[in-house]
Design a protein. Sequence first.
Length: 86
Amino acid sequence: MISFSFKRLFAVLGLTLLFGLGAYFVAYEFNDGKMTRSVYAFIVLGMSFPSLIIGGVMRLFRPELQRYFGITAILCLLTSLLLFSL
């Protein structure tokens, strides 16, 4: 069994945050600087999709790395649900 590595988790979280930063700037530009809670929720929801896609591809080549992308996707989905419900 392969052990859990925080180094890999933080690397995947950093990759997800970079994607979210790009999505934030695009949303900021298209909304003329008017950012609401629902816009933030959609940004975080959009951050989960690359993790799901990359995690699915990693299942074919490196199954031990799939769990890190799954963790980040779940974190993003739960955060977006929290933002939608507030």
